[in-house]
Design a protein around this ligand. Structure first.
Ligand code: PMP
Length: 415
C-alpha cells in the first residue's frame, strides 16, 4: 500500500490552501502535481548543465546530451521497449499522435482504406485522423460502446477487416474511466495486417505498461500526467515502423546531410525531433519515472483501485447522482465522471472550488461522447498517488453543500 501521508510531503503545492481550505486536488486526469524531486531535477539542469544537446563538443553540451539520452533510455525501460531508439520525445501525447497521423498516415493511407477508432476517443485521437482521412480519402470507422461504457467487441470484430490499416484506440477513457482490453483488439488488427496505435495518456501514468507484451505498434503519452513536467510527450514506435517513416517537422537535428535541393534524414528517433528539443523537461521527467518506480506501478494501481471503489460507493450514496462508466473499480481507472441532479457541471465545479476541491467540469475534449451520454458536460474527479479517502470525503461533503446552494434536494444517506 502507498503511504499517502509521506507522499503528500513530497508535493509542495499540497501544502497550500485554496480559499482558506486544504487543497483537495482531484483533477489528475488533466495534469498531475509535481514532487520536489522533479522540481529539483529541473532546477539542477538549469543551474548545472544547461546547453543545447547534440550540438556542441563542450562539457555542458556533452552532459546535457548524456542526461537527455539517459531520460530516453529510462522511458524505454519504463514501458519495456526493446531499445531506446523506439522512444521519440514530442511535446505531448497530442503531438505524438499527430506525428503518426501525419508521417505514417499520409504515406500509407489510400482512398477507402479504413481507420478504426472508438466512440470514447479524446479529440487528440480523433481530429488528427479526420484531417489525414480528408487528405488521403481514407474512411473513419468507430467501435461503439455498450451501455456500461465498455467497447462493443462484437461490433469491433465486424468492423476490423481487410480494409483496416490502423486501429487507434485509447487504453483508458479520460471520461468513463474504462480500461480497454487491448490485446484481443490488437491481435485482431494484426490478423488483417493493420497496425495499432494506443493512446496511453491516461493508462501509462497509472498501470504498469509493457509494449512488448501488449504487441502495440505505437503508444502515445504525456509526462505531465505522470508527475513529470509539461511540454514533454512520448511516441513509442516499433523500430521497423519508425525507420520506414518520413519526418513530421523538418529543420535542425533531424538531418544527416543537407544540400540545397535535398537532404538525407537522420536516424530514428532523432529524425522526428527537429529543432532544439525540450531537453530540460525531458531530463526532469527522468526523476518522475524514478519516483513512480520507487512507489512501484503495481502499488500505484492497487491504491487507485481501492480509492476508486471507495469513491464509487460514497458517490452512489449521494441522491441525484448519475455516474458514468463501468461500475466495477477493477475494470476502470481512477477517473469518475458524473452528472449531479439538474445542476450544470460548471456550477458544481465552482461551488466545489469554494471548498478547496479541484475537479474538472466540461466536455473533457470528448464532445461526440458527451452527445452519446446525452449531457452537455460532466464533473470529473480523478485520483493519483497523493489522494486518500479524506479527499473523497471532502468531495462528497462539498457535493452536499452544492445541493444546498442550488436548493437541490440531494442529501447523502450516510449523513
Ligand atoms: N488522450 C487522452 C485519453 C487524454 O486524456 C489526453 C489529455 N486530456 C490526451 C490524449 C492529450 O494529452 P495532452 O493534452 O497532454 O497532449
Amino acid at each position: 500500500m502507498l503511504d499517502v501521508a509521506a507522499i503528500r510531503r513530497d508535493f509542495p503545492i499540497l501544502a497550500r490552501q485554496v480559499r482558506g481550505r486544504r487543497l483537495v486536488y482531484l483533477d489528475n486526469a488533466a495534469t498531475t502535481q509535481k514532487p520536489r524531486q522533479v522540481i529539483e531535477a529541473l532546477v539542477r539542469v538549469y543551474e548545472q548543465h544547461n546547453a543545447n544537446p547534440h550540438r556542441g563538443v563542450h562539457t555542458l553540451a556533452t552532459e546535457t546530451t548524456d542526461l537527455y539520452e539517459a531520460a530516453r533510455a529510462h522511458v524505454a525501460r519504463f514501458i519495456n521497449a526493446r531499445r531506446a531508439e523506439e522512444v521519440v520525445f514530442t511535446e505531448n501525447a497530442t503531438a505524438a499522435i499527430n506525428l503518426v497521423a501525419h508521417s505514417w498516415g499520409r504515406a500509407t493511407l489510400k482512398p477507402r482504406d479504413e481507420v478504426v477508432l472508438t466512440h470514447m476517443e479524446h479529440h487528440a485521437n480523433l481530429v488528427p485522423w479526420q484531417i489525414t482521412a480528408a487528405e488521403t480519402g481514407a474512411v473513419l470507422r468507430f467501435i461503439p460502446l455498450l451501455p456500461d461504457g465498455t467497447l462493443d467487441m462484437d461490433a469491433a470484430r465486424r468492423l476490423i477487416g481487410p480494409a483496416t490499416r490502423i486501429v487507434a484506440v485509447t487504453a483508458m477513457s479520460n471520461v468513463l474511466g474504462t480500461i480497454n482490453d487491448l490485446r484481443p483488439l490488437i491481435d485482431l488488427a494484426h490478423e488483417f495486417g493493420a497496425v495499432v496505435l494506443v493512446d496511453g495518456a491516461q493508462s501509462v501514468p497509472h498501470i504498469a505498461t509493457d509494449v512488448q507484451a501488449l504487441h502495440c505498434d505505437f503508444l502515445a503519452f504525456s509526462a505531465h500526467k505522470m508527475l513529470g513536467p509539461t511540454g514533454v510527450g512520448v511516441l513509442y514506435g516499433r523500430y521497423e515502423l519508425l525507420d520506414r517513416m518520413g519526418p513530421f517537422l523538418a529543420g535542425g537535428s533531424m538531418i544527416l546531410k543537407v544540400e540545397w535541393e535535398r537532404s538525407r534524414y537522420n536516424e530514428v528517433p532523432w529524425r522526428f525531433e527537429a529543432g532544439t528539443p525540450n531537453y530540460a523537461d525531458a531530463i526532469a521527467f527522468d526523476a518522475a519515472l524514478d519516483y513512480l518506480e520507487a512507489l512501484g506501478m503495481d502499488a500505484v494501481r492497487e491504491h487507485e483501485v481501492q480509492l476508486t471503489a471507495y469513491a464509487l460507493g460514497r458517490l452512489a450514496e449521494v441522491d441525484g447522482m448519475r455516474i458514468f462508466g463501468p461500475p466495477d473499480a477493477t475494470r476502470r481507472g481512477g477517473v469518475i465522471s458524473f452528472y449531479y441532479g439538474d445542476i450544470h457541471p460548471h456550477d458544481v465545479g465552482t461551488v466545489l472550488d469554494y471548498a478547496g476541491v479541484a475537479v474538472r467540469a466540461g466536455h473533457h475534449c470528448a464532445q461526440p461522447l458527451m452527445q452519446l451520454l446525452d449531457v452537455p458536460a460532466t464533473v470529473r474527479a480523478s485520483f493519483y498517488v497523493y489522494n486518500g479517502r479524506d479527499d473523497v470525503d471532502a468531495l462528497t461533503d462539498a457535493l452536499t453543500e452544492t445541493a444546498k446552494v442550488f436548493g437541490y434536494a440531494a442529501r447523502t444517506r450516510a449523513g
